[in-house]
Design a binder for this molecule. Structure first.
Ligand code: DGL
Length: 281
């Protein structure tokens, strides 16, 4: 039998957002190698159809497998909502039955109930994630009595991707959606940033939050869940290389990626441009 590939853990997002998750993955699993791909050329994914998000995400997952990654984390809620299940159920058995692809929605749903005292959670996300109903459905599996209220924030990712997230315009759109979700139900005491881009808006969101409402981002939750997964799955963990190496790739301009990525990752980044046929430019 051909031996199974060994390699870094793949971390995927439509653009920069997944870097907010990668940051926590590296802090939690510093010995592991990680390979990040941002599909910046086609970001944002948030308003795209199911079919398009699925097609783009699958192409990226196949690219990770060509790099030898045994495990890929979709550090993108939109891709997790619209593509993960189909990839896990239909594609993986055919293209790489021994590899795994995991998302960020389930690990978040598994613990979100622990943060609320009043049992009322607000989910701020892209239009795609909201329309998919993935959060209400997943949260109900773990916390059936919890009430979940959603608000799509379609302008937030474009503002962040275009480096306008500290502008007055961003403040207007943040206030608008924070107020809108809190109006949906009295007593929401947890707001989940269910898009991996949104942690960059945290200081502005906090400015518009009344006291007693807690803001939760996903990085630490996903990192703890991955560490636990690797303990429970030695057959995958043993194939994840551990030299503490990080590699960054983008489907668009590498200098542009580097210029913005540091704000998300918290440290300088040197990326390479890749086309999805696998050629590093
Ligand atoms: N970071 C992605 C998410 O978590 C952003 C989606 C987008 O590209 O619009 O949903």
């Amino acid at each position: 039998m051909q031996s199974l590939s060994k390699g870094p853990i793949g971390v995927f997002d439509s653009g920069y957002g997944g870097l907010t998750v990668l940051r926590d993955l590296v802090a939690t699993l510093p010995e592991n190698d990680f390979c990040y791909l941002g599909d910046s050329a086609r970001a944002p994914y948030g308003n795209r159809s199911f079919a398009t998000v699925y097609q783009y995400t699958l192409q990226c997952v196949e690219w990770f497998f060509k790099q030898g990654c045994p495990l890929v984390i979709l550090a993108c809620n939109t891709a997790s909502a619209k593509a993960l299940r189909t990839i896990q159920q239909n594609d993986l058995p055919k293209i790489a039955p021994h590899n795994r692809v995991l998302g960020v929605i389930r690990p978040t749903a598994e613990v979100i109930g622990q943060y609320t005292k009043k049992g009322k959670v607000g989910v701020l996300a892209t239009q795609g994630t909201v329309t998919s109903e993935s959060y209400p459905l997943e949260i109900a599996k773990f916390f059936p009595t919890l009430s979940v209220f959603q608000e799509a924030c379609p302008m937030w990712v474009p503002l962040i991707e275009n480096n306008e997230y500290l502008s007055e315009g961003a403040d207007y759109f943040v206030k608008k959606h924070v107020e809108a979700i809190l109006k949906k139900e009295k007593g929401i005491d947890v707001l989940l940033l269910a898009c991996t881009h949104y942690p960059l808006l945290r200081p502005i969101i906090e400015k518009h939050l009344p006291q007693g409402v807690r803001l939760i981002s996903q990085g630490e939750i996903v990192a703890a869940s991955l560490a636990d997964y690797l303990k429970r799955h030695p057959e995958i963990s043993d194939r994840c290389t551990r030299r503490g190496e990080l590699k960054f790739f983008t489907t668009d301009s590498a200098p542009d990626f580097d210029a913005h990525a540091a704000q998300f990752f918290g440290a300088p980044v040197r990326a390479y441009t890749v086309n999805l046929a696998g050629t590093v430019i």
